[in-house]
Design a binder for this molecule. Structure first.
Ligand code: NAP
Length: 247
């Protein structure tokens, strides 16, 4: 019997930090080969030292069709692709009526994720599991993040129908929607340390354990969604949010 994840190929975008990095670490610990894409090497450097023969870093931007085409060539050499997690994402505080902010965030969070699947569609294994990354905020609201939330909601809507379309070729498509997770994305919002502290405190009040998720807690749910243990799950959106959306 084949051991789950052993020698299988996973493609993870947004792999240099946060949730993507934690997922790469979890996959590598379980014996998988990982083709990791991001614009910078970031935290992958440490993993490269531990897993030089199974971690393949592909420098690239998910908004670039050339970079996605070269990712596909690399995946073809290493493939087929057993697991795909188009995780790259950005968040930007903006006026909710500033539609240019939607375009910028959709380019990475939505189009970037969907174009990653499009680039790799012919090199996917059967069976294969694809997990898109949504957000807890699609069930809530957050002043200044309307465009971010909309980009994730639209991605979720696309994913549900894609799940039906890809199922006949042995490809399961789902979403995992993280809640407030302690990663660099919060620091990229452009808030001062004081403002960020205030936001973090008010968010944490809604979290049942009283603190943000760590990236590994989100990665472990993605990992299960990738595994054969979730083989009966199609087109679902699993929220892992320390209870934020319950209140
Ligand atoms: N943290 C949270 O509270 C939270 C909540 C809900 C959903 N999420 C989602 O979780 C996912 C991971 O975010 P995170 O929290 O782990 O944030 P993060 O630590 O900031 O990681 C974002 C990753 O995306 C990569 N990235 C950004 N733009 C890219 C581009 N154009 N092309 C390729 N890679 C790009 C970054 O690497 P480079 O800069 O090196 O390219 C980085 O590796 C995102 O989709 C985010 O929206 C996070």
């Amino acid at each position: 019997m084949r051991i789950e994840f052993q020698d299988r190929l996973a493609v993870v975008t947004g792999a240099s930090s946060g949730i993507g990095l934690a997922l790469c670490a979890a996959l590598l610990q379980r014996g998988a080969r990982v083709l990791a894409m991001s614009r910078s090497l970031g935290g992958l450097q440490g993993l490269q030292e531990s897993y030089p023969e199974r971690l393949f870093w592909h420098a690239g931007d998910v908004t670039s069709s050339e970079d996605l085409a070269s990712l596909r060539l690399r995946a073809e050499q290493l493939g087929p692709v057993d697991y795909l997690v188009p995780n790259a994402g950005i968040a930007e505080l903006a006026d909710s009526l500033d539609l240019a902010a939607f375009d910028r965030q959709w380019a990475v969070n939505g189009a970037g994720a969907l174009n990653t699947l499009a680039a790799l569609r012919d090199v996917l294994a059967s069976p294969c599991s694809v997990v898109f990354i949504g957000s807890f905020l699609t069930r809530s609201s957050f002043p200044g993040l309307a465009a971010y939330i909309a980009s994730k909601a639209a991605l979720g809507a696309q994913a549900r129908t894609i799940a039906v379309e890809f199922a006949p070729r042995g490809v399961r498509v789902n979403l995992v929607s993280p809640g407030p997770t302690a990663t660099a994305i919060w620091g990229s919002l452009g808030l001062s340390d004081e403002q960020l502290g205030q936001v973090a405190d008010s968010v944490a009040q809604r979290l049942l354990p009283g603190h943000f998720l760590d990236a590994a807690a989100v990665a472990s749910v993605i990992l299960f969604q990738l595994s054969a243990g979730a083989r009966g799950v199609y087109g679902q959106d699993w929220v892992v949010d320390n209870g934020y959306t319950l209140s």
